[in-house]
Design a protein around this ligand. Structure first.
Ligand code: ZN
Length: 136
């Protein structure tokens, strides 16, 4: 017998970089290339760590139907950047700590900042703010 798995409402990709190093330029190039190809909700730059993230990063929120396209693209396009991909299922701690996918180095996360549960209505809908013009 299998237990029903939680429903994935959306995904985040967190792109990590060093705010004082060349990886910020690499992160900027990846951000531009992604925005040219995919309708995603591009978050702002966080040069100072926020929430569970121990390093600088920006967040990319995307709908489930983009996963099979966007994640393989990130595998190849990320260069030397570390990327955390996690689902949003209403269980933030498990989504980050157990159900996550790391591209590159696995970085520490502050699990204690993540609630165990969040209400489905608290998971914001994806509102793309990029205007893809390039072929994938
Ligand atoms: Zn996230």
């Amino acid at each position: 017998m299998t237990t029903a798995l939680p429903h994935i409402q959306s995904y985040h990709a967190h792109i990590y970089y060093d705010p004082a190093g060349p990886s910020k330029d690499e992160a900027a190039r990846l951000r531009a290339a992604m925005g040219e190809r995919y309708a995603v909700q591009m978050g702002r730059w966080h040069d100072v760590p926020v929430g569970p993230h121990a390093g600088a990063m920006y967040q990319v929120a995307f709908a489930t139907d983009l996963f099979a396209d966007l994640v393989p693209w990130l595998l190849l396009a990320r260069g030397s950047l570390t990327v955390l991909v996690h689902p949003n299922t209403g269980t933030p701690r498990a989504d980050h700590m157990q159900h996550a996918l790391w591209l590159g180095q696995v970085l520490p996360l502050k699990a204690e900042t993540l609630p165990e549960h969040e209400a489905p209505e608290d998971i914001p809908p994806i509102v793309p703010n990029t205007t893809p013009a390039q072929p994938r």
